[in-house]
Design a protein around this ligand. Structure first.
Ligand code: HEM
Length: 342
């Protein structure tokens, strides 16, 4: 007999709408926060069932400090507070955050309704320190006008990139997520030519084709975010950035969200962007974009949320395997994680 591990709904096709809620948990309210996370799958089902075709999902993440307060088991191997990264010109800030809720759907009303239900439950437990309502802009473009998300891995490669496997067996099927809220200086951005913008990103603007190596500057966004190790293996992450903004206050932003089995891959990308590779050769996207938040969260499995830490939940059957669900099947093949039959 095998136990099955149900990941949260990380691998999703691009949704039209998203909400990003970062909260801090009040002192003394830790057990209420744990209870809410246990009820999260049920709350999602309640709202989702009203419009199943609009594919409402919600991924919950837990910050390092909150983990220590909420659970009696050791932190997952790579969970820590995001370190601030200070470059010559630009800084990746690290800001408070105990819980992340990443809500996605084809319609904002579903995200909003689930967020409302979450906050009814969390009213005396947690405080929202950042809330962003994101929308998918034309052709999946960000507000810089470039198609965003093209090089995300798919299928087995996506599952391999985001889910913890043997490296931390107690947490198979879990993941890590880093979020950063960026504000763009669109006036400066739009003052440079389209060709110049293409050299900043490393892809063409209209057609979204990667520039040939000979034309791609070493400080382009794409070049600095391609992580290849000493063995020539490329390390991928899954991104699902969303545009947000307020025209009245000249606010134009990108909410960056990146999932990975090893958050060190995203942190390496951040060092390349902010410190530069080599140092000083920073990502030119930062000359037009300022990171105003930054957090790292652990994303446990759905089973963990409902049942608690695996040591207590799976005493009678400790060898986990993953299973597929309706939400996570399709081209994304989470089922490829299956395979530790006893
Ligand atoms: C690629 C936009 C922040 C990691 C891209 C692309 C765009 C883009 C337009 C090219 C198309 C694609 O493959 O998606 C942005 C914007 C950001 C931002 C507007 C915020 C201002 C970040 C951050 C990271 C990151 C903070 C990681 C820490 C990546 C990666 C790629 C990529 C891994 C694919 C590189 C490749 O293999 O070609 N981004 N990005 N991005 N970005 Fe970002």
């Amino acid at each position: 007999m095998t136990a099955s591990v149900q990941p949260q709904s990380i691998l999703q096709p691009p949704a039209r709408a998203a909400m990003f809620l970062v909260l801090t948990v009040r002192d003394g309210a830790e057990s209420e926060a744990v209870d809410l996370l246990a009820d999260l799958p049920g709350l999602i089902r309640s709202v989702r069932f009203r419009r199943p075709e609009d594919n409402l999902t919600c991924v919950a993440g837990i910050g390092a400090k909150a983990w220590d307060r909420m659970y009696d088991v050791p932190r997952p191997a790579s969970l820590h507070v995001l370190e601030e990264i200070v470059g010559d010109k630009h800084t990746a800030v690290s800001t408070p955050g105990d819980l992340l809720f990443h809500l996605r759907a084809e319609r904002m009303d579903l995200c909003f309704e689930l967020a409302r239900q979450l906050m009814i439950r969390l009213a005396d437990t947690a405080d929202v320190v950042d809330e962003v309502h994101g929308f998918r802009y034309f052709d999946d473009r960000d507000l810089l006008g470039f198609v965003d998300g093209t090089e995300n891995p798919e299928g087995n490669a996506a599952a391999a990139a985001v889910f913890v496997h043997d490296e931390d067996p107690s947490y198979t099927g879990s993941s890590y997520v880093i979020v950063q809220k960026y504000l763009h200086d669109l006036t400066s951005w739009n003052a440079i030519s389209v060709r110049e913008q293409e050299l900043v990103i490393g892809r063409t603007k209209l057609d979204d084709i990667e520039l040939p190596d000979a034309d791609k500057p070493s400080n382009s966004h794409v070049e600095l975010n391609t992580i290849v190790d000493d063995d020539g293996v490329e390390h991928d992450i899954i991104r699902d950035n969303m545009a947000f903004g307020e025209v009245g206050s000249d606010e134009f932003g990108t909410y960056f969200i990146g999932y990975a089995a090893d958050p060190g891959v995203i942190e390496q990308m951040l060092r390349n962007m902010f410190v530069g590779k080599p140092p000083g050769n920073h990502d030119r996207i930062l000359d037009f974009s300022t990171a105003v938040t930054g957090n790292l969260f652990f994303v446990p499995t759905a089973d963990f949320l409902e049942d608690g830490p695996p040591e207590t939940a799976a005493d009678d059957d400790p060898a986990p395997t993953t299973s597929t669900t309706e939400q996570d099947t399709g081209s994304l093949q989470i089922g490829s994680l299956r395979g530790t039959d006893q």
